[in-house]
Design a protein around this ligand. Structure first.
Ligand SMILES: Cc1ncc(COP(=O)(O)O)c(C=O)c1O
Length: 405
C-alpha cells in the first residue's frame, strides 16, 4: 500500500473542530484526541468498522491497531457477538430484579480465571479498580494503597483530589520489588493492598516481579490486586495471572471481555468479595444484559476457538517483519514487550519526533498505529503482511531523508 495521494481527512477535522465547541477535548477518551501536529493526516472521526478495518468520515479505509483502545479483540461487528446482543435486545436491557445472564457469565468467569471465587459487574475498568480498592480497605481495615501503572481516571491522584486522599496512595514503578519493600517498612500494618497493571514495554519483568509482590503482600497481610484490563483476554484468557502463574486476591477484567460492549468485572476470593454488601458497591447498569450477552458469546468463542494463539501468532509475524525492515534500513526502532501487545519504540536522540513521523507515514498509507499495537483475531496473515509492507515503505521514506543518521 503506497501513500494515497488523493487522500484527505478534511471532513473528519471539520467535524472534530465543531465538536470542540460542544465537548471539551472533542472526545470522551484523552488518548483518542487527534493530534494537531497530524491535522492533515490523522483521521479525527471514525464512522464504521468491520473485522480489523475502520473507515473515517472522509471514507478512507484503515487496518486498525487501536481497536477502540483495546476492547475490540475479536473484530468490529463480529457476527457471533453482535447476534447475541441483537437477540437479547428483543427481550429488554435492564430489569427490576437480576437477570439469569448475571450468574451465567459470573460462573463462566469463575471457571476460567484462577483468582475468581466470586464476580461482580460494573461498566468501566477504572470504576471496577476503585471497587477493589474500597474492598481492600474495608477488608483489611487499613488505608494506604501502593499502586503500579494506570488504573483509570477515578484512581489517578492528580489535581482535584484532596491532598489527604492523595497521601493515602503511593504510585511505584514496574519491575522491581525494592521500593515496595521499603514502603512496607515505612508504613507497618498500614498498607491495605498493592495493585499492579503490567507495563507493556518491559512486561517480561513480570517474572519474578509479580511473584515477589505476591510473597511481600502475604508476608505483610496486605492484598494483591491485578489490573487485567488490558492483559485479560489478550496475553492469556486469564491475563497476567495465567501467563505468569501468580494468583492475586482480587483482579479486574474489562476491555477484552465483551468485544467493545461496556462491561467491567471485579472478582476474587470469596471472603473479600462477600464484603461488597457492607462497604457498599452498587450500580444501576452493572447487570445490563446487552453487555452480558456479548460477554457470554465472547467467552464461548475464546474457549472454543484459538483466539489467544492467533493474537500471539499475528503479533510475532508483525514484530519479525518490522525488525527485518529495521535491519535492512538501519532504522533505530523495535517492538518491545510481548507479541499480543508490543510497543513500537525508536531509540535515537530524536525518538519522539521519529515516532510521530513514522505514525504519520503509516496513517497516510492506511494503517492506524498506537503506542501499543493490539493484535486482533480478525487480522489475517495477509493483513499483517500488508501492514509490514507499509511499515517498510514508511521506514524507507524516512531513511531516504536521512532521519536515522
Ligand atoms: C491498565 C488499565 N487500567 C485501567 C484502565 C481504565 O479503564 P476505563 O477507561 O475503562 O475506566 C485502562 C484504560 O485504558 C487501562 O489500560
Amino acid at each position: 500500500m503506497s501513500v494515497q495521494t488523493e487522500r484527505t481527512v478534511e471532513q473528519s477535522w471539520a467535524h472534530y473542530d465543531r465538536a470542540l465547541d460542544a465537548i471539551p477535548m472533542g472526545t470522551q477518551t484523552h488518548s483518542k484526541a487527534p493530534r494537531e501536529a497530524l491535522r492533515s493526516i490523522e483521521p479525527a472521526c471514525i464512522v464504521r468498522g468491520k473485522g480489523c478495518r475502520v473507515w473515517d468520515l472522509d471514507g478512507n479505509e484503515y487496518i486498525d491497531f487501536r481497536f477502540g483502545m483495546g476492547p475490540v479483540t475479536l473484530g468490529y461487528c463480529f457476527p457471533p457477538v453482535d447476534e447475541a446482543i441483537r437477540k437479547q435486545l428483543e427481550s429488554g436491557i435492564v430489569f427490576p430484579y437480576p437477570h439469569p445472564l448475571e450468574a451465567e457469565v459470573a460462573e463462566r468467569l469463575i471457571q476460567i480465571i484462577p483468582c475468581a471465587d466470586r464476580v461482580r459487574f460494573l461498566k468501566t475498568g477504572g470504576e471496577a479498580m476503585a471497587a477493589t480498592f474500597r474492598l481492600a480497605r474495608g477488608f483489611t481495615g487499613r488505608e494506604i494503597l501502593l499502586t503500579c501503572g494506570y488504573h483509570g481516571w477515578i484512581n489517578t491522584m492528580r489535581k482535584g483530589v484532596p491532598e489527604a486522599v492523595r497521601n493515602l496512595s503511593q504510585s511505584l514503578p514496574w519491575g522491581d520489588v525494592t521500593p515496595f519493600e521499603e514502603a512496607f517498612t515505612s508504613h507497618p500494618d498500614q498498607i491495605a493492598a498493592v495493585s499492579v497493571a503490567c507495563s507493556y514495554g518491559d512486561i517480561e519483568k513480570g517474572d519474578p516481579f509479580l511473584a515477589d509482590l505476591r510473597s511481600l503482600t502475604e508476608q505483610h497481610g496486605a492484598l494483591l490486586i491485578f489490573d487485567e484490563i488490558v492483559t485479560g483476554f489478550r496475553l492469556a484468557i486469564a491475563g497476567a495471572q495465567e501467563y505468569f502463574g501468580v494468583t492475586p486476591d482480587l483482579a479486574v477484567f474489562a476491555k477484552g471481555i465483551s468485544n467493545g460492549m461496556p462491561l467491567a468485572c471485579y472478582l476474587g476470593k470469596a471472603e473479600i468479595m462477600d464484603r461488597v454488601k457492607d462497604v457498599i458497591i452498587s450500580s444501576t447498569f452493572g447487570g445490563d444484559t446487552l453487555a452480558l450477552a456479548a460477554a457470554k458469546a465472547v467467552i464461548n468463542f475464546y474457549t472454543t476457538e484459538p483466539v489467544i494463539d492467533t493474537l500471539w501468532v499475528r503479533g510475532r509475524q508483525l514484530h519479525q517483519g518490522f525488525h527485518e525492515h529495521c535491519q535492512r534500513l538501519g532504522a533505530p526502532a523495535k517492538f518491545r514487550g510481548l507479541p499480543p501487545l508490543g510497543m513500537l519504540t525508536f531509540k535515537h536522540s530524536n525518538s519522539s519526533d521519529l515516532l510521530t513521523r513514522f505514525q504519520a507515514e503509516l496513517l497516510k498509507r492506511g494503517v492506524i498505529p498506537y503506542s501499543v499495537y493490539y493484535t486482533n483475531f480478525s487480522h489475517t496473515e495477509a493483513d499483517i503482511q500488508e501492514v509490514i509492507a507499509v511499515m517498510g515503505d514508511a521506514l524507507e521514506t524516512m531513511a531516504n531523508e536521512a532521519l536515522f543518521d
